[in-house]
Design a protein around this ligand. Sequence first.
Ligand SMILES: Cc1ncc(C[n+]2csc(CCOP(=O)(O)OP(=O)(O)O)c2C)c(N)n1
Ligand SMILES: [Mg+2]
Length: 892
Amino acid sequence: MDNEISTQPHGMEDVEIQEWLESLDSVLESSGPEVAAEILERLRAHATVNGIDLPFTANTPYANTIPTRLEPLFPGDQELERRIKSLIRWIALAMVVRANRVEHNIGGHISTYASAATLYEVGFNHFFRARTEEFEGDTVYFQGHASPGMYARAFLEGRLSAQKLENFRRELKPGGGLSSYPHPWLMPDFWEFPTVSMGLSPLMAIYQARFNRYLEDRGLKPITDAKVWAFLGDGETDEPESLGAITLASREKLDNLIFVVNCNLQRLDGPVRGNGQIIQELESAFRGARWNVVKVLWGSEWDPIFERDTEGLLVKRMGELVDGEYQKLVVSSGAYVREHFFGSDPRLLKLVEPMSDESLRRLRLGGHDPRKVYAAYKAAVDHKGSPTVILARTIKGYGLGEAGEGKNVTHQQKKLNEDELREFRSRFGIPLNDEDCIEVPFYRPPEDSVEIQYLRARREALGGYVPKRSVRAKPLAADHDELFKEFHEGSDGREVSTTMAFVGMLRKMLKDPEIGKLVVPIVPDEARTFGMESLFRTAGIYSSVGQKYEPVDVNTLLYYKEAKDGQILEEGITEAGSMGSFIAAGSAYATHGINTIPFFIYYSMFGFQRIADFIWAAADMRTRGFMLGGTAGRTTLSGEGLQHQDGNSQVLALPVPNNKAYDPAFAYEIAVIIQDGIRRMYKDGENIFYYITVMNEPYAMPSMPGDVKDGILRGMYRFRPATNPKSKLRAQLFGSGAILNEVLRAQEILETKYSVAADVWSVTSYKELYNDGIETERWNRLHPGEKPRTPYVAKCLSDAPGVLVAASDYLKTLPNMISKWMPRRLASLGTDGFGRSEGRAALRDFFEVDSRFITLATLHELFVDGKIERCVLDKAIKDLGINADKPNPVTT
Ligand SMILES: Cc1ncc(C[n+]2csc(CCOP(=O)(O)OP(=O)(O)O)c2C)c(N)n1
Ligand SMILES: [Mg+2]
């Protein structure tokens, strides 16, 4: 095992090693740890030069990182803090037990908080600074499953009523309840960060800490020593996102970031690493990534034993055990510990000879000892130059005894029987008699009790209560008619893509006196793909160290300019990380009171499809801003094939309730959507965010045909009516995004070749139309006595004659889902199926969404209605060059 330290080097006398150790001790004493470290480093280099092959290890021994002699004095009243913590333990447990008595299987977690109580309480009493007028405050990501503990504390603080606690996990009860986990959407005055989808919060915290530096470097907020704390489970670190961004944190020297990993060695089903050591594994990962790692393994009761152990036997023994053994040991009797742990070596046994079995049983782990935890936190906040991770050993279900302490089933434990409740009560000294305690009341000492007074005083000293969410940014004026006007006028025949049009708007927004500074462009290594490289030079790419090299392209106009006050967040190839920045920037109106407006532009297939859960968390967090899915559309992106061609994202955006999803075709549509979005989010304070697909197919951008703004925003408007509305053969064609041009071509073919007069509608958002439809239906259902309302789609089409045909570059389900509000049957064309490596024309033929297929679908609808003869249809298939026996793109 990596952390083994040998006590019997080959052929070396004990006395020799003792001499080496003593001289190191004396250097430590006389010159301090830095000099001692320097000597060791020199020795290591010297050994390597002389051919000694030292094995690589990123691990330190299985021991506390901070030696007892360097522990700071604990500044609080330890006994009082213990009593407060015990009360919180009781209330947190009571919430879960009571909730499950009323509603069987309502759930909740006892054992997570039980193991983490000391980790949180030391933070609450001594470290977490609240947001105040004068100070931005620390940012804390609370582990989702520990939420009962946070509620219990807020109850003691007088911030949550007993009724709210009673309704834990029963939010729909009269008077409201408490959400199961941290959800800003559900408790917007309390929770700031959704953390319960495991693995998201570590990454979000890293990007939050980096964004804080970005705001400082760009002069948008003062430089402070505010910290970002993230509390995670050890099992949670298996999620790839958890450790996925840790090198960014060290590269950026984020010493404003502290991870606390609650190492109870268990996850839901059983041990995290039964056959290994999760703490050592995490230590090497974080040390390898150049984090400052602080291990808090053993409580103060162990200190005298270590002191007696001059041979390093104890550390060696500790390094030998696997977590599965530890899990058993820490909840076993003193006699068992003596036999199975110390009994492996008579010298070890001797170390604990003076101790009774009872005192062996009471040897605490580091994460349950406030003094050790305080020392670790203090070291973390004082540390400079790199982020810190604290690996704190605890017991899952601490204090639950037979009800689940350290047991594999403990994660799911929600009920305690009478004996177990009494035992828990006694163990933590809750002042309730045998009878009362069975009711598991939310016991709160009187307001003037020392406990409540102390608790309040500590929070007062730290600026107020945590967690607490408030919107602190002032609304913008958001008067941007001038800014967006030019985009209403079309491109004068010049062929541009909607991406280029968007980049033009972004460039202009960056110069705007009100929002210029607030715009945060975010890109995951795709700026050139989107033609954004001109912004490198003008806006600069953010780098906390500026630019230490002369870029290879310095002589070109658009050189790669990195700068300390650069505005663009060029994240590299990480959509997840970019989303972390998007969330930090899009929630800064609350976290920092700053209205930063993120524009995150990325390859559309790698958004909702790849990082949907981050998007869901962003939605929960009331994040504001614009996500732009670039190179969108299954047939618009040519050549790239199955993995890149996106016909999905507009569908995948449907489930996110507060996400506005648009598939615009023209520059003026984008301008209208963005201008209105800024107004809604940053002036009116709506908790929405936008997803806009932009394409790379160039075509002439038309000017806005009259005042269609309302239609653009609501989801559809008539873009080009038929020239001959009196025609006998009529149709309504619906197109979106780049496929709108195919629809317009079909309109022409239908008119010139088949005498069909078609109106063309631009459908900018099927999602908006769908939401309007279901809301109207709902209202009508609930108000049968009132005049029924009409869905917007139905209103638009009330006097629109003819057959109905829709075509989009996304799944057919999009048009289909609004067809029920249309006056007649709808034929839908879309791009269900895998993409292909091909050019646009071939792709549109393959997926049957080009002008010929739209024409055919229209004629077919007319045929079904008995308006045209079969022979017209047969001839059309031939004339249009359609292969009727081509394979079905959905299944090939
Ligand atoms: C992404 C995700 N997958 C699964 C779960 C379900 N889940 C909730 S808690 C848990 C175990 C947590 O173990 P750990 O991270 O060690 O936390 P502990 O409770 O031990 O502190 C699991 C699997 C989840 N919340 N999120
Ligand atoms: Mg765990």
